[in-house]
Every structure is written in structure tokens, then in C-alpha cells.
Write a protein that binds this ligand. Structure first.
Ligand SMILES: *Cc1c(COP(=O)(O)O)cnc(C)c1O
Length: 387
């Protein structure tokens, strides 16, 4: 790792050496017995990670946006009404995506850094007959977390399918698919799941699969059609060969290793570690006198932090200074506040040391930027939060 900067953005993240080693292993046939075993295991482990014993997992080559598309293409028929619980950039994307499939989309929005209240969402659900509702668990453009458990309860009460974009949450934020009544949960390999970019990961619950089977028209996206992928996923899980589109053999092998590591740590232990690391990161940022995009502690994700720049900073130069301190962070993404904040990802195999290195690099960059603050205050606050 010498000479290499620490990658602390909201995906891709730092990957475990064993995961990268699996990526580099010789590529086998996609129907070789050893690969069938690996794919089958990865599907079983997805169910464990998503806490979805009755879910149908899908592993398809593509990015997180394809995972969103898999849910949209297979659940929407032209004219269906869809509600988007919108907390930023990825809510807008979900609305656009659903309308491509002919959905009549309504957004429930909130000011930047906030989320629609449960009563606002309920009022929307009451006002019309929706087929499905999408929720971004953590919107990566704001760092705002939604109350997925309560929203899923609302969806159940109004008999609406709930699709959770968990691309910036799954394997970091607490999410209990079956217990909470979530119909589809989805993510991508490069986020908290800890595998290089290139896999769309989806688990569909029984109600979603029933809604798919009840379609009157085929899915309007050939590559994403569950009718093509379901037999393949079932084949691999029953350890028999199947083919629709060539799977990303090396990525699936790497995913299986990463899922094994996540399950070895324990899903619950992982949730707790992410909570502990994010508390420390936010405490550090606060101690440096920086604000954050989420307007309250309750709204802040555990997978990432979105600090606001202090006044008077040379924004274009700032992330370069952080990089000189050995850490790569991300700039703003939300179009309305893009230049006002930056983003720190702390999901996946992140340690206390990574948080301290990140805060140290931020402190150095703030100093280089001429910002006046109590040097070491961020590190001290994070260390205090660890103990
Ligand atoms: C990253 C992300 C996506 C998109 O994933 P890609 O792999 O970039 O296509 C979607 N939703 C959320 C919440 C994300 O963080």
C-alpha cells in the first residue's frame, strides 16, 4: 500500500486484499463446477446479508444504476403510478428511470439535508393508488438517511410495493429486508459490499416476484428482464449450469470472498462498527467547526459524512490538499450545493485508523487553506468518540 492514497469516497471503497486476489485468479468457464459453486454460494450469502431468508437474489454485471433498472423494468408497466421518496440526486434518478418505463411518477421532496416526514409520505400514499414507492436509504448526494423501517410499514399499510435503493447503505446501515417488509432491496458491488465496481446486486421479496409474474406485458428492457435472469439464478443456486449473458466471473468470485468476510464479522457487528466509525467521524468534523449537509444527527448516515466547507476556503484546491495528506475524498454531488460541501465515505472494511488518517488529512488541508481552528481538535474528538 506504500505510495498509495487511502480511498475514502462513497464508492468505490478500499477493498480487502483477499477480494482483490480473487479478482486476479485465472478466469474459469462460467459453467465450470468450481465457478457454479462460487456463484451459488454468493447468492446464498446475499440472502444472509440482506436478512432476507425468503428473498430471490440477482447478481448481474452492471453498476448500481442497473440494479435500480432491474427493479424498475420488472415492476413497472406503462401507466403504473409510482411514488419517489426523494432526498436528493438519486431520488431524481429513480424518478427519471421509472418514467422511462411509462410510470406516472410523483415525488415527495424535502429541503436539501432533510427528508420528507412520515406524515407527508402517508398523505401522498392516501391521495392516490400507487403500485410502488422507491426510497433511497442513504442519498449519496446529501448523506441523509431515511427511516426505511417506518416507510416499509407505511407501504404495507397502503398495499404499495417498496423498493429500497440501498446502494450507499447495504452492509453498512441497518436494513432488515424480510422483518421490515421490504419488497426489493438493491446495491452495487463497489459500495459497502466491498468488491470492485461492476456488479448490480438485487434481492426481490415474494410480493415483488408475484407482481412481476402478474405482468401483462414483458419487461421493456431485454437485458434487465427477470424472465431471463431468474432461471439462471435458480440454476446456479441449485448448482447446475445455466446461461443467459456471460457472468462477470472474476467479480462474482471476488464478491463471494467479500460476502464471506462480511458474514464472518457478523452483519450485526458490522452495523455497530459503522455506527461507531461514523459517530467518530462526525464528532471530528464538528469539533473542527464545520457544518454538515444533514441538518440533524438523526438524519446523518453511518456510511458517509457530508461536511460543509468553512467560509473563505479555496474550494477547488481543498481536495488536492487532502490528497497531499494521503487521503482521497469526494467533492459535492447535489447540483444545488455542489461547491459548498465535500464527502467522506466510511463504509466497508474501514478501521479506526482510517478515520484518524482522514481527519488528519482534513486538518492539514484546512491549515493549508488558512482556516483558523484548534489543531488536533478533530482527531481528539474522534479518539474520544472511540472510547
Ligand atoms: C452510487 C449510487 C448509485 C449508483 O450506482 P452506480 O454504481 O454509480 O451506478 C445509486 N444510488 C445510490 C444511493 C448510490 O450511492
Amino acid at each position: 500500500m506504500k505510495g498509495r492514497k487511502l480511498l475514502m469516497i462513497p464508492g468505490p471503497i478500499e477493498f480487502e486484499p483477499a477480494v482483490l486476489a480473487a479478482m486476479g485468479a485465472p478466469t474459469t468457464s462460467h459453467v465450470a463446477p468450481d465457478f457454479i459453486e462460487v456463484f451459488g454460494q454468493a447468492l446464498e450469502r446475499m440472502r444472509e446479508l440482506f436478512l432476507a431468508p425468503d428473498g430471490q437474489p440477482f447478481i448481474v454485471a452492471g453498476s448500481g444504476t442497473l440494479a435500480m433498472d432491474l427493479a424498475g423494468a420488472n415492476l413497472v408497466e406503462a401507466g403504473d403510478k409510482a411514488l419517489v421518496v426523494n432526498t436528493g440526486y438519486f431520488g431524481d434518478r429513480y424518478g427519471d428511470l421509472l418514467s422511462r418505463y411509462g410510470a406516472d411518477v410523483t415525488h415527495v421532496r424535502a429541503p436539501i439535508g432533510q427528508r420528507p416526514s412520515l406524515s407527508e409520505v402517508e398523505a401522498a400514499l392516501k391521495s392516490d393508488t400507487y403500485k410502488l414507492m422507491t426510497v433511497t436509504h442513504v442519498d449519496t448526494s446529501t448523506g441523509v438517511v431515511t427511516d426505511v423501517k417506518a416507510l416499509a410499514q407505511l407501504a404495507r399499510n397502503y398495499n404499495v410495493l417498496i423498493v429500497v435503493d440501498g446502494v450507499c447503505s447495504i452492509a453498512g446501515e441497518e436494513l432488515r429486508m424480510t422483518e421490515w417488509g421490504i419488497d426489493v432491496a438493491l446495491t452495487a458491488s463497489q459500495k459497502a459490499v466491498g468488491t470492485p465496481p461492476g456488479l448490480a446486486l438485487v434481492v426481490a421479496g415474494p410480493r415483488a416476484m408475484e407482481a412481476f409474474q402478474a405482468r401483462t406485458s414483458p419487461a421493456a428492457n431485454y437485458y434487465a428482464d427477470w424472465a431471463n435472469w431468474l432461471p439462471i439464478m435458480k440454476a446456479y443456486e441449485s448448482r447446475t449450469p445455466g446461461y443467459f449473458g456471460t457472468p462477470a466471473v472474476n467479480l462474482v468470485a471476488a464478491l463471494n470472498v467479500s460476502l464471506g468476510l462480511i458474514l464472518k464479522e457478523g452483519v450485526e457487528t458490522g452495523f455497530e462498527r459503522h455506527r461507531m466509525l461514523s459517530r467518530a467521524c462526525r464528532a471530528g468534523i464538528q469539533a473542527l467547526g464545520l457544518g454538515q449537509v444533514p441538518v440533524s444527527e438523526e438524519l446523518a448516515a453511518v456510511t458517509m459524512t457530508a461536511p460543509r466547507y468553512p467560509a473563505g476556503i479555496d474550494v477547488p484546491a481543498f481536495l488536492g490538499h487532502v490528497g497531499a495528506g494521503g487521503v482521497i475524498l469526494a467533492g459535492g454531488l447535489h447540483p444545488e450545493i455542489k461547491g459548498e460541501y465535500f464527502r467522506i465515505g466510511h463504509m466497508g472494511p474501514v478501521s479506526r485508523g482510517d478515520i484518524l488518517a482522514t481527519l488528519g488529512a482534513i486538518e492539514m488541508a484546512l491549515s493549508s487553506s488558512g482556516y483558523e481552528f484548534d489543531r488536533g481538535a478533530g482527531l481528539a474528538a474522534a479518539m474520544a468518540a472511540f472510547t
